[in-house]
Design a protein around this ligand. Structure first.
Ligand SMILES: [Zn+2]
Length: 155
């Protein structure tokens, strides 16, 4: 059942009371801390180079963030976009904000490649056969993204 059909659970997730990110005080698999967000990356991903940017401020919708926090989040998204594009050589980046299961603002970044499994259509994570990474590739790409983020912070 999708979370929003359990009204009490959905309300507790949206308020932050039962938000697993807020209860843990950070998301899982953090690879970088940015001004207004954490960047996460998991080896079990839909595409090579997938990352997720998670707001440090609990908010359900983008417009729920106070303006300064929203600006920090979007600035972080812009830095991540540049770092992922450069590290992956993707032909295009896809950005997705849903929050239908976990309503704590987060943005998915899906690098797209010529000839990828989803060419001509949106990413469908449920149809991906793992692993998407060759041995050692995840660690190399994670380190490259972190390194590019550090370089953009220093610039
Ligand atoms: Zn939260």
């Amino acid at each position: 059942m999708i979370a929003w059909n359990d009204l009490a659970r959905w309300s507790a997730l949206c308020s932050g009371v039962e938000c697993p990110i807020c209860k843990r005080q950070e998301p899982l698999d953090v690879i970088a801390q940015l001004d207004g967000s954490w960047l996460t990356m998991q080896e079990a991903a839909a595409v090579v180079g997938y990352v997720c940017l998670v707001s440090r401020t609990h908010a359900v919708e983008l417009h729920d963030l106070p303006e300064e926090a929203a600006l920090r989040f979007v600035r972080d998204a812009r830095r991540v976009s540049a770092a992922v594009a450069s590290a992956t050589n993707a032909v295009k980046l896809n950005y997705e904000i849903h929050g239908n299961s976990l309503p704590h603002l987060h943005m998915h970044f899906f690098p797209r490649y010529r000839g990828d499994q989803f060419e001509g259509q949106p990413i469908n994570p449920r149809s991906v056969v793992q692993p998407v990474y060759a041995p050692g590739e995840f660690q190399r790409l994670r380190d490259a993204i972190v390194s590019k983020l550090q370089a953009s912070a220093a610039a």
